[in-house]
Design a protein around this ligand. Structure first.
Ligand SMILES: [Ca+2]
Length: 316
């Protein structure tokens, strides 16, 4: 089978952890590097969590520690949804050994090294604030662009946000980074809040996952409701939507839009402004962004079950 080479930039994060479990079980993908970024929890924890998930799964993809955006402040993290550790109710009894998985290079240097040596163009999947990718494109853009196939990004919203009325978390943590990446001219697909918000796992779904195997049980713990919320309020499948799109784009409805990031607004900083043919749409000076607005929830959930089930017998 021809596989797609992939770098995953991530801030684990409960739904990041599930996205990693799905990506690393998918034979269609060749995950070559995992880079951490600050976001749901601070950079030390997201890096630790990436290593913890890999130790839990028994996988050996190298990990490189990334940057912490200036704008991610102490109270800017999301430990409400992801818990103090970043991995919610997931109880992992494994000590992180690292086993040499953590590279000495920074995330951006590791991305550059991989891209410059790649035989095939590499897809970059971004599951957190876009700090690392903005630095990569700002400092090494000319060199690495020919080696990047496309960017698949979880972030933004057509309408209401989730950390402010019009601001989604990943974009809102580092709006200037997002603006840099969106204006790069690289082919981009954006999975915004609206697509993933359609796909909530129900308690029955979680029970079914937990019966599959130990990875399914972990996925169920990761996606269960945050402490203090009603148990039926499970977490939306934000980050897993990128992996599903990469393998099964036919699950999603998408269209091309001119997307800008509000970097200055007093109340709207970090908002994604997605033009849909309005009279005041600015002149296009870059290719449009492919944005998902809908997903086939039944197929998406069935794919999650089938993919996690692969961990049952011989790993994945
Ligand atoms: Ca994330």
């Amino acid at each position: 089978m021809e596989t797609t080479p992939v770098i995953i930039d991530t801030d684990p994060g409960c739904d990041d952890a599930l996205a990693l479990m799905l990506a690393l079980a998918s034979p269609e993908l060749d995950i070559q590097l995992i880079t951490s970024t600050a976001g749901n929890v601070p950079i030390g924890l997201t890096t630790h969590n990436a290593r913890l998930i890999e130790d839990f799964l028994g996988t050996k993809v190298p990990i490189a520690k990334g940057f912490s955006a200036m704008s991610v402040t102490e109270d800017g993290y999301d430990d409400y949804h992801h818990g103090a550790t970043g991995l919610g109710a997931f109880q992992c009894d494994i000590d992180v050994t690292g086993d040499g998985l953590l590279l000495p290079e920074t995330a951006v240097q590791a991305q550059v090294d991989l891209l410059m040596q790649a035989q095939k163009k590499v897809t970059i999947v971004a599951l957190g604030p876009l700090t690392n990718l903005a630095v990569l494109l700002r400092d090494y853009g000319n060199e690495v662009r020919p080696h990047i196939s496309r960017l698949i990004i979880m972030g933004g919203a057509f309408g209401r946000g989730n950390i402010a009325p019009y601001t989604e978390f990943n974009i809102g943590c580092d709006p200037k980074a997002a603006a840099t990446v969106f204006s790069s001219g690289l082919p981009i697909t954006l999975l915004p809040l609206e697509a993933a918000n359609m796909a909530l796992l129900t308690l029955d779904d979680l029970n079914e996952l937990s019966q599959l195997n130990r990875v399914g049980k972990a996925a169920s713990e990761l996606m269960s409701s945050p402490k203090g919320q009603a148990p039926e309020a499970t977490k939306p499948l934000f980050d897993p939507s990128t992996i599903a799109y990469l393998i099964h784009p036919e699950f999603f409805k998408t269209d091309s839009y001119h997307v800008e990031v509000e970097c200055e607004g007093t109340y709207t900083q970090g908002a994604t402004v997605i033009y849909q043919g309005e009279k005041r749409e600015p002149q296009m000076d870059k290719p449009p962004i492919n944005v998902a607005y809908s997903v086939d929830v039944g197929k998406f959930k069935a794919w999650i079950r089938e993919t996690l089930a692969r961990w049952s017998t011989h790993g994945a």
